[in-house]
Each structure stands twice: as structure tokens, then as C-alpha cells.
Design a binder for this molecule. Structure first.
Ligand SMILES: *Cc1c(COP(=O)(O)O)cnc(C)c1O
Length: 235
């Protein structure tokens, strides 16, 4: 495990340096970009090593795996991000663990998260997932339905929508990823003037191991990186 700890610390330092360089290319600094370390491929010890290395934002895409890790790792400054598709029957047990829900992908789910958050006494921050690439297999709102979704956000009392989340096409190269990210940013910019009072779509969660630099150059404020952060460790 000690080798893994230093490997994980090295990996984190390398990714942070690449984030800082990409942020500067986009006229910002690394303080403007949150790195979510996605722990879905690794065990609890590796997740703890990532915390020790200095990352206090961790992400999971499966509810059971989030519950297992969150319940095993007690740390008051840790922020869990739920980045996957959240099924209706997993909402109640998931929300209390997380600081941000990245991928709310339907009006029904938004209403459900609002209702359950109210019952649990939570103020839940969430992003809306947009299917920017149009891949059939992907979850998310269609870009053309976003204006009406955004206009109706004022009705939710316990959910606070703070931005958009998206993924580049699985089949494309980094140039096509860049165009997908650019489209998400442009969509956000055009929706920003239509939000109800008090709602601002400041966050853009986009970019993974293979394309986080392109995402930052196109305006990402949150990147979700897994495999690159945990490469070359023993499992
Ligand atoms: C797994 C996952 C990531 C991280 O993917 P890597 O390619 O391993 O960096 C990011 N976002 C979502 C939604 C994921 O499911």
C-alpha cells in the first residue's frame, strides 16, 4: 500500500499541474477548476490514499459503491459527488452523503430529489445533465428542452440548480470532445439570461481522463477524473 500511496500522490500532482496549465490557457487559474477524483475503479484504501494526497472531492457513479465508501470513510471535510444516473429508489439513501448531484437527467427526477430533500431537511445542490453528443446510450436532457426546464426551476424549494453537466461522445476524438464541450458552454451561456431569480448556472461539469484539458479550455469549472489518477497502482 505504501507504494500505491506515493504513486497516487504523484498521479494527483501530475493531474493538478495539467489542470493549472489548461486553466491558464483559458484565462483562469487552477482555483477556478474543481477536480473530482473518481474512485469507482478502486477500493477504500486507494480512496483514502487519495484523500491523504490532498483531494477532498471524490466521485462515484454507482449508488451502492458510494454508500459503501462514504460509510467507511469518516472525514468531515470530504465532499462526495454523485456523477452517475440516480435511480428513483436510490435517491433517499444517496442524497445525505453528497455535496453535489451531477447528473439530474429528467424533470421527474428533479421533482423527486426536491421532495426527498425537503423530507430530509436538505438543501441539495444539483447540476442538470445534458446529452450534448446525442449518443443514444447516454442519459440527459436534450439541448432543445433545456429552456423550458430552466424556466420552471423556480418551483423547487429544496433543490438548487447551479449548472450543467455533460460528457463528450464516446466514439469521438479530442477535437470532437472539444466541440461537444463548446456546445455545452454555449448552451449554458444562452440559458443564463433565462434563469428565474436567484438561479445562476455557473458550474460546468465536463471532462474526464482523456479530455479534461480540452474541457477546461472550453470553460469547465469541474472535471471528473478517474483512471488517470489511479493508474499504475496495485489492485
Ligand atoms: C467514470 C466516470 C468518469 C471518470 O472517467 P475516467 O475516464 O476514468 O477519468 C467521469 N464521469 C463519469 C460520469 C463517469 O462515470
Amino acid at each position: 500500500m505504501s507504494n500505491d500511496c506515493s504513486q497516487i500522490a504523484d498521479n494527483l500532482a501530475r493531474v493538478q499541474a495539467r489542470i493549472a496549465a489548461a486553466a491558464i490557457r483559458s484565462g483562469r487559474t487552477s482555483a477556478d477548476v474543481t477536480l473530482v477524483a473518481v474512485t469507482k475503479y478502486v477500493d477504500i484504501d486507494a480512496a483514502k490514499a487519495m484523500i491523504d494526497a490532498g483531494s477532498l472531492d471524490l466521485g462515484e457513479s454507482r449508488p451502492q459503491e458510494l454508500w459503501r465508501k462514504a460509510e467507511a470513510i469518516a472525514h468531515k471535510d470530504l465532499h462526495w459527488h454523485f456523477i452517475g444516473h440516480l435511480q428513483r429508489n436510490k435517491v433517499r439513501r444517496t442524497l445525505p452523503h453528497i455535496a453535489l448531484l451531477h447528473a439530474c437527467d429528467s424533470v421527474r427526477r428533479l421533482a423527486e430529489v426536491d421532495r426527498v430533500s425537503g423530507e430530509l431537511g436538505l438543501e441539495m445542490k444539483t447540476l442538470l445533465e445534458v446529452n450534448i453528443s446525442g449518443d443514444e446510450s447516454k442519459h440527459g436532457f436534450k439541448p432543445e428542452e433545456m429552456a423550458s426546464v430552466i424556466e420552471a426551476l423556480g418551483q423547487y424549494e429544496h433543490v438548487s440548480v447551479t449548472g450543467l453537466m455533460g460528457m463528450a461522445s464516446l466514439t469521438g476524438d479530442t477535437d470532437s470532445a472539444r466541440r461537444d464541450f463548446e456546445r455545452l458552454r454555449q448552451l449554458r451561456d444562452s440559458l443564463q439570461s433565462q434563469t428565474p431569480n436567484g438561479i445562476s448556472l455557473d458550474e460546468l461539469s465536463m471532462g474526464m481522463s482523456r479530455d479534461f484539458e480540452q474541457a477546461i479550455e472550453e470553460g469547465a469549472t469541474i472535471v471528473r477524473v478517474g483512471s488517470t489518477l489511479f493508474e499504475d497502482i496495485e489492485r
